[in-house]
Design a binder for this molecule. Structure first.
Ligand code: TRP
Length: 330
C-alpha cells in the first residue's frame, strides 16, 4: 500500500452518464481498492459556477453521491465528502487567491474560451464571465492542496488546472515554507474516452449522453439510437471506426473484445451489435442500478454517509488551516 494521497472531485451539475462511469468513477473506485489514502468529493461549490438553479444542484448532488455508493465505493476506506461541508477549503482558497498571479488565471482554457467566444461574437470580452469562472482554478487548487494530494486522476481537459494548482503551491511554499505537496495530474492511459450517441465524446455539453442508471427499457432504447453508418448486414466492418465497438470496449474483457472483432469481420448487423452492447452494459449495471434506486429513495442515509466523510476530512483540514493561517501571519 502506498502513502500517496489520491484525490478527485466531480462537479455536481447534471446526471451521471456512462462516460462518467467508464472515465472517472469506475477507475477511481478501482484505485481506492489499491490505495489507502483516497479522497473523493462532490464539487458543489464548483457547480455554482455553471448552474444557478438550486433544485438542479440538489438533484445532481444526490444522484452523484448515490452513484459512487451504488458502484461500490467503500466509504470506510476512502474519504468521501461534499466540498461545501469543509469550510476550510474556501478559507484556503482566499489564502491561495492572494498568491495567485492574475496573469496565470488569464491563461486558463475555460476562461480563454469564454473570452474568445465573446470576441468572435463582437461582444464585450467579459460578457457573462463571473469571478467564479475566472477563479475556478484557485478553488480547484484549494481542493487539491488542502489534502496535500500527490495524484489527481482527471480527464485531459483538467490537466491545466492541476498544473496551475502546482504553480500556486510552489509560490505559497516559496513565500511561507514547505506546506504543500506539488500535485500531479494522473491520466489513465487505458481509461476509455467514451463516445456519445453521435460519436463525439460523451459529454453533457454535447447533449449526447446515456444516463448511467436509466431503467432497463430506456437504456435499450438509448443504445438503439446510437448513430451508425449504412453498411449492410453481412458486409465486413471496421471495429476501430465504430462507436458501438468503442463503447463495448469500455465494458468488456479483452477476450470478449476479440470475439466481437471477429463478428465485425464477419459482417455483424448494426442492430445485432446494438443488442450485444445493450446486454453487456445492462449486465454490468443491473445490480448497481437496484442499489442506486434504493439510495435515491433514502436520501437521509446518503446524507449520513456524507456527514461522516466530512467529519473525517475535517480531522485533517481544521488543524491544517490553522497551521496555514499562522504561516501567513493571521
Ligand atoms: N473541475 C473538475 C471537473 O469539472 C472537478 C473538480 C473540482 C476536481 N475540484 C477538483 C477534480 C479537484 C480533481 C481535483 O471535472
Amino acid at each position: 500500500m502506498s502513502k500517496q494521497v489520491i484525490l478527485t472531485g466531480i462537479t455536481t451539475t447534471g446526471t451521471p452518464h456512462l462516460g462518467n462511469f467508464a472515465g472517472a468513477v469506475g477507475p477511481a473506485i478501482a484505485m481506492s481498492k489499491e490505495h489507502d489514502n483516497c479522497f473523493f468529493f462532490l464539487a458543489d461549490y464548483h457547480a455554482l459556477i455553471k448552474c444557478q438553479e438550486p433544485a438542479r444542484i440538489i438533484q445532481s448532488r444526490q444522484e452523484i453521491a448515490a452513484t459512487w455508493l451504488a458502484l461500490g465505493l467503500d466509504t470506510d476506506k476512502a474519504t468521501f465528502y461534499r466540498q461545501s461541508d469543509i469550510p476550510e477549503i474556501t478559507q484556503l482558497m482566499w489564502l491561495l487567491t492572494c498568491v495567485t498571479a492574475k496573469g496565470l488565471m488569464n491563461r486558463a482554457h475555460a476562461y480563454k474560451a469564454a473570452v474568445d467566444d465573446n470576441t468572435n461574437n463582437q461582444e464585450d470580452p467579459d460578457k457573462g464571465i463571473t469571478m467564479g469562472l475566472f477563479s475556478y482554478p484557485v478553488l480547484m487548487a484549494a481542493d487539491i492542496l488542502m489534502f496535500n494530494a500527490h495524484q489527481v486522476p482527471v480527464g485531459r481537459d483538467q490537466i491545466q488546472h492541476v498544473e496551475m494548482a502546482r504553480d500556486i503551491a510552489q509560490r505559497f511554499n516559496y513565500l511561507y515554507g514547505e506546506h504543500f505537496v506539488l500535485p500531479e495530474a494522473k491520466i489513465e492511459k487505458n481509461v476509455a474516452l467514451l463516445p456519445g450517441l453521435d460519436g463525439r465524446k460523451m459529454s453533457k455539453s454535447y447533449n449526447n449522453t446515456i444516463p448511467l442508471f436509466l431503467p432497463e427499457k430506456q437504456l435499450r432504447k438509448s443504445i438503439m439510437k446510437i448513430v451508425t453508418d449504412s453498411t449492410e448486414p453481412g458486409v465486413p466492418k471496421d471495429p476501430d471506426q465504430s462507436t458501438l465497438y468503442e463503447m463495448y470496449k469500455a465494458f468488456a474483457t479483452e477476450a470478449e473484445c476479440a470475439e466481437i472483432r471477429k463478428a465485425y469481420a464477419e459482417g455483424i448487423a448494426w442492430g445485432e451489435m446494438k443488442q450485444v452492447l445493450f446486454e453487456k452494459v445492462n449486465a454490468i449495471l443491473t445490480e448497481p442500478r437496484e442499489k442506486y434506486n434504493e439510495l435515491m429513495a433514502n436520501p437521509e442515509y446518503v446524507e449520513g454517509i456524507l456527514l461522516k466523510g466530512a467529519e473525517r476530512a475535517r480531522e485533517h483540514t481544521v488543524p491544517f488551516i490553522a497551521q496555514l493561517q499562522k504561516a501567513v501571519g493571521l
